[in-house]
Design a protein around this ligand. Structure first.
Ligand code: S3P
Length: 180
């Protein structure tokens, strides 16, 4: 049985490598909701990979496409949305997410994130000579902004399912605290 939980869309935000896509997919299954990933939607709409999009059009154009995709996905349907790591950063996209979804910041520790992102080299922002330094810069710049999400969940060491359960509990607690 799916837990009694918000009927609003749920949007997962946070840095690359925290598991937004995997956790989101499993959360959707648990709650019987549809799942979307904003990076996948951009790739489908543009016919390019995220890396190709950055290369050909630049980051500003990507952010614009990302905002449009998120706005389209967050209609009234209670979907689960995994956002790209930078989606919550521009004020315009953040505003759309905050107004139309319960936003959940998945927060990971530095070494776990680095270990996970080093498994794939598809992330354009980490194609630099010192990815660890870049990740620290992203953490410094973005954590105060991710901190504006409705809910923060520390990702669990071990199976993603443990993080999924934490997300469900955190949303239930948030709703109880904000019940009118
Ligand atoms: C980005 C994160 C990526 C992707 C793009 C930019 C970011 O998504 O949207 O490479 O700015 O942190 P993931 O967090 O799913 O890797």
């Amino acid at each position: 049985m799916s837990p009694d939980i918000t009927s609003r869309p749920i949007a997962l935000v946070g840095l690359m490598g925290v598991g937004k896509t995997t956790v989101g997919r499993r959360l959707a299954k648990k709650l019987g909701r549809d799942f979307f990933d904003s990076d996948d939607e951009i790739e489908q709409a543009s016919g390019r990979t995220v890396a190709g999009y950055f290369r050909d059009h630049g980051e500003a154009a990507f952010r614009e496409g990302e905002r449009r995709v998120i706005e389209r996905l967050l209609d009234e349907t209670p979907i689960i949305l995994a956002t790209g790591g930078g989606a919550f950063i521009p004020a315009s996209t953040r505003k759309i997410l905050m107004a139309n979804a319960i936003t959940v910041w998945l927060k990971g520790d530095f070494e776990t994130i680095m270990e996970r992102v080093s498994r794939k080299n598809t992330r354009p922002l980490l194609q630099v000579s010192d990815p660890r330094k870049k990740m620290r810069e992203l953490m410094d710049a973005r954590y105060p902004i991710y901190g504006q999400a409705h809910i923060k969940v520390d990702i669990a060491n071990g199976p993603h399912l443990r993080t999924v359960n934490r997300v469900v509990k955190a949303i239930q607690a948030y709703e109880k605290a904000h019940a009118k």
